[in-house]
Design a protein around this ligand. Structure first.
Ligand code: UDP
Length: 337
């Protein structure tokens, strides 16, 4: 298939591009490189097999004319939309950036799809759409009450996608990622944000000596050790789900949403301890106040993705996820640069 991967130079997007090209798909990445890396697309493209290939076009998802031109000239069959501002803390300080970048640009992207008759889209949504859970495991029909502007924008786009299906017949699958983590097994691709705000890369960069210490945000949450619990899911498992979702849409699947997680939660302190095991040395950490917008516990039920998409994660142990991330960070302390 011919796929437009919007934001495909980012962390999750570039791993999905690698999976797509290695299965013979033709991928056009549209990315403004504000947070993504041209090198990530280049590395992903080297895994191409069976006629697959990846090209990078530098541009904005909010540029409706440019997107429309690409959809037509590349004869695109399906869109994957990864591009977003995605930091919970920043979204609380600068909501306008999130409403403009995430929701505003999604309108332009969907209108470009309407203009050019492309009718399938896989959307990177988030566990942040749920807010504070009222059940131990979160299923897709759990109440949606996002605690952050970031989560609100993801939920707004899911609603928008339903509207575009009703009005224009664009079918979508929203994939609600829990905590994306880990790196490609080759060690050639991984997480590279600047500034880095995510827990596992911060812990591993501290282990390398690139940071002085890890700040543990909140030790008074109603959890066993007082720190937040999250469900860490390997980026290659997320990539598998995208290909399954694209296949489902191609076979006529209706607009829907799936959780993507392992169904097991780990606290911030457990992540630090498991990382110490993986790297074989202590990692300095200090206890600090809560970060605004963080729910205490987020753990997925991914039963629907298993039964309807046939998805099952390969990385089920936190230690294996961290070990794959360590392989990348240890060999690429400065990311792609
Ligand atoms: N966290 C932390 N210190 C950090 C970064 C994150 O204690 O330097 C915590 C954060 O408060 C959350 C968990 O680690 O409870 C995962 O945060 P991350 O930013 O990795 O992902 P998010 O859950 O926001 O998507």
């Amino acid at each position: 298939m011919r796929v437009l991967a919007v934001g495909g130079a980012g962390y999750v997007g570039s791993h999905v591009v690698r999976h797509l090209v290695s299965r013979g798909h033709l991928v056009t990445v549209l990315d403004n490189l504000s947070t993504g890396h041209a090198k990530a697309v280049e590395v992903a493209g080297k895994a191409a097999a069976g006629g697959g290939c990846a090209e990078l076009v530098v541009g904005d998802v909010g540029d409706r004319e440019r997107v429309g031109e690409l959809l037509v000239s590349r004869e695109i069959d399906a869109v994957m939309h990864f591009a977003a501002a995605s930091l919970v803390g920043e979204s609380m300080r600068n909501p306008a950036k999130y409403w403009r970048n995430n929701v505003g640009c999604a309108v332009e992207l969907l209108d470009a799809m309407v203009d050019s008759g492309v009718d399938k889209i896989v959307f990177s949504s988030s566990a942040a759409v749920y807010g504070e859970p009222t059940t131990a495991l979160i299923s897709e029909d759990h109440a949606k009450a996002p605690t952050s502007t970031y989560g609100m924008t993801k939920l707004a786009i899911e609603h928008m996608l339903r509207g575009y299906d009703q009005a224009h017949g664009i079918r979508s699958i929203s994939l609600r990622y829990f905590n994306a983590a880990g790196a490609h097994s080759s060690g050639e691709m991984g997480e590279a944000h600047d500034p880095e705000t995510h827990l596992i890369p911060i812990v591993l960069r501290t282990a390398i000596g690139l940071r002085e210490k890890v700040s543990i945000f909140g030790t008074d949450y109603p959890t066993e050790d007082g720190t937040c619990i999250r469900d860490y899911i390997h980026v290659d498992d997320l990539a598998d789900a995208h290909l399954l979702a694209m296949d489902a849409l191609s076979s006529g699947a209706a607009t829907t949403a799936y959780n993507l997680g392992n169904g097991t939660g780990f606290s911030v302190l457990q992540v630090v301890r498991e990382s110490e095991q993986a790297v074989g040395r202590p990692i300095p950490a200090t206890r600090e106040g809560r970060r605004a917008g963080d729910p205490a516990v987020l753990v997925a039920s991914a039963e629907r993705a298993a039964s309807e998409l046939g998805w099952s994660p390969n990385y089920t142990k936190l230690g294996d996820i961290i070990a794959s991330a360590w392989k990348w960070h240890d060999s690429h302390p400065h990311g792609y640069s």
